[in-house]
Ligand binder design. Structure first.
Ligand code: ATP
Ligand code: MG
Length: 378
């Protein structure tokens, strides 16, 4: 018998990995597909029930694996008193207007911005924010989708034309115009907070995106940057009275961090913790939402993660590599889809780099574009 039943809104790989991490603690995880309203087993995808109210009734705790959830569903979950972190945090993760307001309220540095719903606000934003700028839909953006780069004044009309289509396609849509940040690199901090205010954060990860999607994430040990990130993490988590794992993406601009965005959930850039940390992000999320003591976030070895996109097999040599761990998500193959990841480890930075170089020799370069060059830069 399980000690706790946790319901996850969303039935993808994050719910799956929570389920795997929860089993040793007798935490039983089921997943709710918000589209079909089916309750499914997160590992097998077998249907085990129907309807939100049934799902809520069976759960001790409800949490979420993604932020683009209809507010009507979130509000019902909130009313049950079982939802963690808070629906406000999920809403902030799913709406860049709320997110930007949150960052300002928490007093953390973020890119200068303006909100646009019509042409005259767009013109005002160009004056206030300046060019170059990055334009992002407030609702529905992920993996770099729903974004435009505006560099030249000659492109203003064409960009407006495209943005206008997005504005009208979705109810309550808006565009957030942000100054372009000429960062050197992107890093993220994943950490957990418990209801009593206890916080435990992992080492920062340095992230490389290819075509807007995370490709490579490497845990780094940089005390000064870590301290900055941790301070901002605490400010945001406290502001939200957050419970669970929270991820924050940053731009590193000459050693100063600016918050790019938050993810109110376990995060792709924290997958390395499965092999690289004492207790992984999935277990710590469950511990936090079930109000159990948090596990150690200490790194136990050097680790990196490589995303597997759009393919469902790897050369058999990978499985035989002593420093590589494959995690498949059991999903049907689709172009560009996140299908799994490989965690790579080493006892030192040099050993990790060596393991990564050995690995990329057997991977198909076309399936992992630009990866070799990024690994060589570590
Ligand atoms: P995710 O899948 O991480 O949720 P997303 O689609 O929600 O991504 P962002 O993380 O906001 O969107 O942006 C995607 C990428 O675009 C960032 O990782 C960064 O490389 C680049 N980017 C975003 N905003 C800016 C900015 N203001 N200046 C420069 N580059 C930016
Ligand atoms: Mg992002």
């Amino acid at each position: 018998m399980a000690d706790k039943h946790v319901l996850v809104l969303g039935a993808g790989q994050l719910a799956r990995m929570m389920s795997l991490a929860g089993a040793p603690l007798n935490i039983d995880v089921s997943a709710f597909d918000v589209g079909s309203e089916k309750i499914v087993h997160p590992l097998t995808q077998n249907v085990i029930g129907h309807g939100l109210n049934n799902a809520i009734a069976k759960a001790d705790v409800i949490t979420a694996e993604f932020e683009h959830i209809p507010h009507s569903i979130l509000d019902i979950c909130q009313q049950s008193g079982k939802f963690r972190p808070t629906t406000q945090a999920i809403k902030a993760g799913g709406d860049r207007r709320i997110e930007k307001q949150l960052l300002d309220n928490a007093n953390v540095a973020n890119a200068k911005y303006a909100i646009i719903t019509n042409r005259s606000e767009f013109d005002d934003a160009i004056t206030y924010v300046g060019l170059p700028m990055v334009l992002k839909t407030a609702l529905g953006g992920y993996d770099g989708k729903g974004q435009w780069r505006l560099k030249e004044t000659t492109d203003i009309d064409a960009t407006w034309h495209e943005m206008q289509q997005s504005l009208t396609a979705t109810k309550h849509q808006a565009i957030v115009a942000e100054e372009f940040v000429p960062f050197q690199r992107e890093v993220s901090l994943v950490g957990a907070r418990r209801a009593n205010g206890e916080i435990a954060v992992y080492p920062l990860a340095e992230n490389v995106h290819v075509d807007g999607v995370l490709s490579l994430s490497t845990a780094i040990d940089e005390p000064k940057l870590q301290q900055q990130a941790q301070q901002m993490f605490s400010a945001i988590a406290q502001q939200l009275d957050y419970v669970g794992v929270l991820a924050i993406e940053f731009f590193d601009l000459d050693g100063t961090l600016l918050v790019n965005e938050i993810a109110p959930r376990v995060h792709n850039s924290g997958h390395w913790t499965q092999q690289g940390a004492e207790v992984c992000q999935f277990e710590n999320h469950l511990r936090a939402v079930c109000d159990m003591p948090l596990g150690s976030t200490q790194a136990i070895r050097h680790a990196a993660m490589i995303n597997i996109l759009g393919q469902d097999s790897l050369p058999k040599e990978v499985l035989a590599m002593p420093n590589c761990h494959i995690h498949w998500y059991g999903k049907e193959k689709r172009t560009g889809r996140k299908m799994g990841h490989i965690n790579v480890c080493g006892n030192s930075h040099a050993e990790l780099c060596q393991a990564l170089k050995t690995l990329i020799k057997v991977l198909d370069e076309a399936q992992f574009p630009q990866l070799k060059q990024h690994i060589n830069q570590l």
